[in-house]
Write a new protein. Structure first.
Lengths: 246, 246
């Protein structure tokens, strides 16, 4: 069943779909009165609705009373990733959205090779936000992950205080024999509401960044004995969180 | 430290590297006598070795006695995936290798849109095998996943008997409210040595395929409440297995 996101509330069980959504229903899907769609209200509840009328450019729908159980992770997981090269951020946003990511916060890491200027940045964020929206629809989510503007490393450290727990995935930690197991760490945070997980760019987190994060109370964690690429590590973490908490 | 895979055994702690590996050491890395590299012997043990001599096109190395702990999953996990569209198999092979996959077996699923003819197939497998080798080196593995020739669905069903456990990821299962939890299934297979996990192409496993697999003793499993794309589902499964068993 096709799904549409609305930012307003239903009134007495009905709502009017406009713009792109209405066009999609009439021109692309060629739907008729009585057919059913899913309407996600304010990123909260997915209602199964029936089409009741077509106005000039709008489509009127009515709740059937049936809803779909939430597909969201029980903990909000935000991914902070050091700006990677090429189109790796596209992959992280798309796959991260499928895997339940709550939001993504790119940052300028010491080992980031690319720099985003303010002009480029706005365009890129818009593009990534579109990827997130499409992936959220495709994977049947009710929340569209927010793609934030890139921040400096210093700003990232400040933002850590906003979250219940902050982890940093540190490759150096994956190389040592006495590994700290991720499972032991996740088992301890069942009462948390929000997590931030920090990942380095290619080459990982720099040593002085790791030091500063540890000083700020961030917990270092390993993602197993294999070295994961910058774009694979967040997907591993989200899968592990889903596996543990869902 | 650079890593090289050899298919022969060390003799009295020494071995001669030839061909591409020798060329890489001398021309690309420009290494000298006494410098250290990692040599993986017969996909088993990663030995730290010192370069002892350069012959015309060959490089002689000697074990230092130090080895690197195995980065392999404790269970061999083979991924069977319905032939997907475009270059999605590239992504599955690359990321699957990073995440510890043991081998990959593509199959012609009812919903596979692409068909591989015999001529194309050999070339594609060669290319995928190269991706697996590079990803294995990059993620510090000792085993290079084997990319098998695509098989028919009937052949896939026959092959199931070779494995201790076989799972099929079934999207239909992800939609029901009473979900069967993957975690409950993985907890039961701690004594297994080999698993095959079957994934459909875009659109998932067809209903009659699911029936035939169930009849063959294959266990249906869900990968959480979100609908994952064909190329994302295997990565979720490998991450979950790593998280559970490592």
């Amino acid at each position: 069943m096709q799904r549409y996101f609305i930012e307003e509330r239903f009134h007495e069980g009905t709502v009017t779909l406009t713009g792109d959504d209405a066009r999609h229903i009439t021109k692309v899907m060629r739907m008729r009165e009585g057919e059913e769609i899913i309407v996600v209200e304010c990123e909260e509840t997915a209602h199964i609705c029936a089409i009741t009328a077509f106005n000039e450019h709008d489509v009127l729908v009515q709740q059937t009373g049936r809803t779909i159980p939430s597909p969201e992770l029980p903990i909000d997981v935000t991914i902070a990733c050091g700006l990677p090269k090429g189109d790796k951020l596209d992959l992280i946003v798309q796959k991260g959205t499928e895997l339940g990511m709550y939001g993504i916060l790119p940052f300028e890491a010491a080992r980031s090779i690319v720099k985003w200027d303010a002009k480029k940045s706005a365009k890129k964020i818009e593009r990534l936000q579109k990827i997130a929206k499409e992936a959220a629809e495709q994977s049947h989510r009710t929340h569209i992950p927010v793609v934030e503007q890139p921040v400096s490393f210093a700003q990232l450290v400040k933002k850590c205080a906003k979250y219940d727990v902050v982890f940093v995935a540190d490759e150096e930690d994956a190389k040592v024999k006495e590994r700290t197991r991720l499972v032991d760490k996740l088992k301890k945070i069942y009462d948390c509401k929000s997590i931030l997980v920090i990942f380095g760019p290619e080459g990982g987190i720099a040593r002085d960044e790791a030091e500063k994060l540890r000083a700020a109370g961030v917990i270092t964690t390993s993602l197993g004995p294999r070295i994961l690429r910058a774009e694979t590590a967040p997907l591993y973490m989200l899968s592990a969180i889903s596996y543990e908490f869902e």
